[in-house]
Write a protein that binds this ligand. Structure first.
Ligand code: SF4
Length: 465
């Protein structure tokens, strides 16, 4: 069994038994459901909006070659420099190259999931640079040397008390239970960081081909300062973020706010179209866009599953997923957690090493229903399972299915098995949950359903009499 599977199994077992953790996730999401439904009701027709968003993303993803070039040409015409990175390593090299060329020392970042994906902080810190996360949640998990717990709520697993203790230990602040005061503590630290930073690194929620702009949505205003105050702004984004037209934002911005955090729109929605222009009073002197592939084109090459690239990283599928709500974000061991993470990670990081994530699903379809861009998530999980088996069959599963098919095709054998099951269950309590129990993976924590007294055939016959 590979290490990823072992880690996933042990962490998920530990956390599903941790009632405090489950309670924390449930209560963090409780207000979200109400707010999301309230904001969905503001759409004239939420289902029609989902369909329109899915079609727009389909157009963009199926013509990436055209829209990416259009975006790059337009933003370069206003003075930005576009870099194309095929791999995580290339993206890191490009960013380290810029940082080095500028003789930068201090770097401030706003929330960048692609930065997590390419392990950017570790690379920058290893090269001797100071990197500070400006998003409050990201800053908290950075102080804890942890990865974000959720796309949208990176520190949702922590209580106010834990954050207060962390700030007391790391920043020397006084203990407080007030969320406002905790925010102010981080804000005071951050203010100096903005002024001292040589380089600001952001992600991008969308890139508009028609106008050559990136769009960044946030609730704290930190990304605006990250992009505007340092002399150099680097935006790192996946190639799938492109949208064809400026007017597409009129749909995608409220949709992202609604599905992501139950807001009509997020508090700050900014567009950046190159560095400071002549006559402008603020903004960076230089702007770099790093367009990251990192196996996205592998997913694009898969006609059946390429619509997973439609994802706008709203996190709605995580918020409704019964698995995520039990095992939490870190258990996945990936940058992208929850249902969408389980769909795309095997494509981005290897199906054999990560296929277990696609099996960790009830296939209830809640994620598919929640997805604002209509990605058929639970079917993609099934596709991943099928593809993993087709690529590398598992001998014991094949044997089990073969034996089952013999049983199902021979009524006499099936009757014998049903009879054996009824006898076996009389003795089962003696070995339940022990090493001798063939069903112990199930019976360790659950009761084995009793074998029916009659087979269906026997029952049917008895009704005919
Ligand atoms: S798959 Fe859909 S619901 Fe999940 S994060 Fe992406 S856009 Fe949101």
């Amino acid at each position: 069994m590979n290490l990823n599977v072992l880690q996933f199994k042990s962490d998920s077992e530990r956390l599903t038994h941790n009632l405090d953790h489950r309670e924390r996730i449930q209560s963090a999401l409780k207000k979200y459901y109400v707010a999301r439904d309230d904001k969905k009701a503001r759409f004239q027709d939420w289902q029609a909006a989902r369909q329109a968003a899915a079609e727009t993303k389909w157009e963009a993803v199926n013509h990436l070659d055209k829209y990416l070039v259009e975006f790059a040409d337009k933003i370069e015409a206003r003075g930005a420099k576009v870099h194309w990175a095929s791999t995580a390593e290339q993206a890191r090299e490009i960013i380290l190259g810029i940082v080095k060329e500028k003789n930068a020392r201090r770097i401030i970042k706003s929330k960048v999931m692609t930065g997590e994906e390419i392990h950017l902080n570790a690379a920058l810190e290893a090269a001797g640079y100071d990197v500070v996360e400006s998003d409050l949640g990201e800053y908290i998990v950075q102080l804890r040397h942890e990865a974000p717990y959720h796309f949208v709520f990176p520190a949702m697993h922590l209580s106010r008390g834990e954050i207060s203790d962390l700030f007391e230990k790391e920043l020397g602040s006084a203990k407080t239970d007030s969320p406002e005061e905790l925010t102010m503590i981080a804000r005071r630290v951050m203010r100096d960081q903005y002024l001292a930073a040589d380089i600001g690194i952001s992600g991008a929620n969308f890139a508009v081909a028609e106008t050559g702009m990136i769009s960044i949505t946030e609730n704290e205003g930190n990304a605006r300062l990250t992009c505007a105050l340092p002399k150099v702004h680097i935006a790192l984004m996946g190639i799938e973020k492109v949208l064809p037209k400026f007017e597409d934002l009129a749909l995608f911005l409220p949709m992202l706010g609604t599905a992501g955090a139950g807001q009509a729109v997020t508090c700050y929605n900014s567009m950046y179209a190159g560095p400071r222009q002549p006559g402008e009073t603020d903004g960076p002197e230089e702007m770099h866009i790093v367009l990251l592939d990192n196996k996205r084109t592998h997913l694009l090459a898969d006609i059946e599953q390429r619509d997973a690239l439609h994802c706008i990283r709203c996190g709605a599928c995580l918020n409704v997923c019964p698995i995520y709500k039990n095992v939490g974000g870190h258990t996945y061991g990936t940058t992208y957690q929850g249902p969408i993470g389980s769909v795309i990670t095997p494509h981005l990081r290897g199906i054999q090493e990560w296929k277990h994530l696609s099996s960790a699903s009830t296939l209830c379809g809640a994620c598919t229903e929640a997805c604002p861009v209509k990605i058929n998530l639970h079917h993609h999980l099934l596709h991943n399972r099928r593809n993993a088996i087709a690529q590398k069959p598992v001998w014991w599963e094949q044997t089990l299915f073969h034996l089952s098919s013999i049983l199902f095709n021979h009524p006499a054998l099936w009757r014998l098995a049903a009879w054996g099951g009824r006898i076996g269950q009389l003795f089962h309590p003696l070995i339940q949950g022990t090493i001798l129990d063939p069903a112990r993976a199930w019976t360790k924590t659950r009761d084995l359903p009793p074998v029916a007294d009659q087979t269906f055939k026997e029952y049917w016959r008895s009704r005919q009499k």
